[in-house]
Design a protein around this ligand. Structure first.
Ligand code: GLC
Length: 410
């Protein structure tokens, strides 16, 4: 598949998944790409950021519209939702099939997703040079990253906490099994375990401080915090020379410092999440353990250990179609069709996008190129799917999946 075919394929998906109109509930014009017409018909936070980045290669106006639509969902206190339910009336049964945390307003979730938005805005701004776009985005971004710090970092250590697994975007990852008390290792078991947490949260939805105090699911997640740090660096660059830029650079330093001080495990040579207010390290290696590689200020010795011991090791992440979401060495590694029990083995395009760029920046050009070539092969063989079998490149999960078009930016 040459570049033209790849772009044609991506364009087809991004156009057919396009949703636009004027919402009757807030009067806002919306124009965004939904992740998939079948399973995910609304606007998901980090998906939209990935779509905007892919769209930079096809349609800059749509890239801006994607992020403007996402930012129009920000609340005055800074919070930005994980899902915005534009055109809910066309999908009335979605909420009967899925559980979503909501606090009163049925048009958006009261949960977050990995805060990659400042990076996406920075990319769109750099590609378009559109000052108006940057000026519109800045107050939303400043409020959002401050909200994360003020509300989601109750112990003020520089690491923000998620209150349920879907907030990290890696829903059923085995790293959450113990915290969820998961014994039935299936999607059904996962939903049942999650349901208990939802029930306990129900009276407090929207009051994240209270929810964090309940200490039922309180994860200082390595993937989320790596992206949080990366986002704050972008925000600081977007802000230019200013006290606010200093504020976010300082906070990004604190996040890297805390990841190193609290999440890095010297013996295992990997980063682990911290569970609960007590911050117990969750010693399960997943793709998330590698994500601090996206931080440019990671010490060289740690970069080398992560890449040499884990990424490029066939016993762990170096499968024929890397990088699996769980290393093959883990007893819970599940490479095939998981029946909705996701993030437990297959390779995903968004983590390949993050990590191929990270590897390149750290000087591992050949490994980065191989990840890109293999990702390309997955799409050539199986189309733009939600995730891929790490041994065969078989396409799995949703079809015509938006963020797999990130291949255009790899
Ligand atoms: C799944 C993924 C999540 C993604 C959503 C929409 O829930 O785990 O990361 O945002 O689908 O694509």
């Amino acid at each position: 598949m040459d570049r033209v075919d790849l772009e044609d394929g991506a364009r087809k998906i991004l156009l057919s998944n396009l949703r636009q109109g004027v919402a009757d509930w807030n009067g806002c014009e919306y124009r965004f790409v939904c992740p998939s017409l079948t399973g995910y018909p609304f606007q998901w936070f980090w998906d939209s950021c990935f779509h905007a980045i892919a769209l930079l290669h096809l349609d800059m106006d749509q890239a801006k519209a994607e992020l403007r639509t996402l930012m129009s969902g920000a609340l005055p206190n800074g919070f930005m939702p994980h899902i915005i339910f534009w055109e809910m009336e066309k999908q009335p049964d979605f909420l009967s099939r899925n559980i979503v945390g909501q606090a009163g307003d049925p048009h958006y979730s009261s949960t977050i997703q990995p805060p990659i938005i400042a990076y996406a805005v920075e990319r769109v701004y750099r590609a378009t040079g559109d000052e108006e776009f940057r000026n519109e985005a800045l107050p939303v971004l400043v409020n959002f990253y401050r909200w994360l710090r003020q509300v989601r970092d109750p112990d003020r250590d520089g690491l923000i906490a998620v209150i349920q697994p879907e907030e990290a975007g890696t829903d059923c990852s085995p790293k959450y099994d113990a915290a969820l008390g998961l014994t039935d290792l299936s999607n059904h078991g996962f939903i049942a375990a999650l349901g208990k947490i939802y029930d306990a949260y129900e009276p407090h939805r929207g009051d994240d401080q209270k929810i964090l105090e309940l200490d039922l699911f309180h994860f200082e997640d390595v993937l989320v915090n790596s992206i949080y740090g990366m986002g704050m660096r972008s925000l600081a660059r977007l802000l230019g020379d200013s006290p606010e830029a200093d504020e976010f650079n300082r906070e990004a330093d604190r996040t890297t410092g805390a990841l190193l001080a609290k999440c890095w495990d010297e013996e295992a040579g990997a980063f682990f999440d911290l569970s609960g207010v007590a911050e117990n390290p969750v010693k399960v290696t997943t793709i998330s353990s590698l994500m601090p590689l996206i931080l440019d200020d990671l010490p060289r010795s740690i970069v080398e250990r992560l890449i040499e011991d884990w990424v490029s090791s066939p016993q762990h992440f170096w499968t024929p179609y890397p990088l699996p979401s769980v290393p093959v060495s883990d007893s819970k590694f599940m490479p095939g069709n998981p029946g909705g029990f996701i993030w437990r083995g297959p390779s995903w395009m968004n983590t390949n996008w993050f990590l191929s760029h990270a590897l390149r920046r750290h000087g591992y050009l050949e490994l980065a190129d191989t990840i890109v070539t293999k990702s390309h092969e997955c799409i050539e063989r199986s189309g733009f799917r939600e995730y891929y079998h790490p041994y065969t490149a078989e396409g799995l999960g949703a079809r015509d999946f938006g963020w797999s078009t990130l291949i255009l930016d790899m």
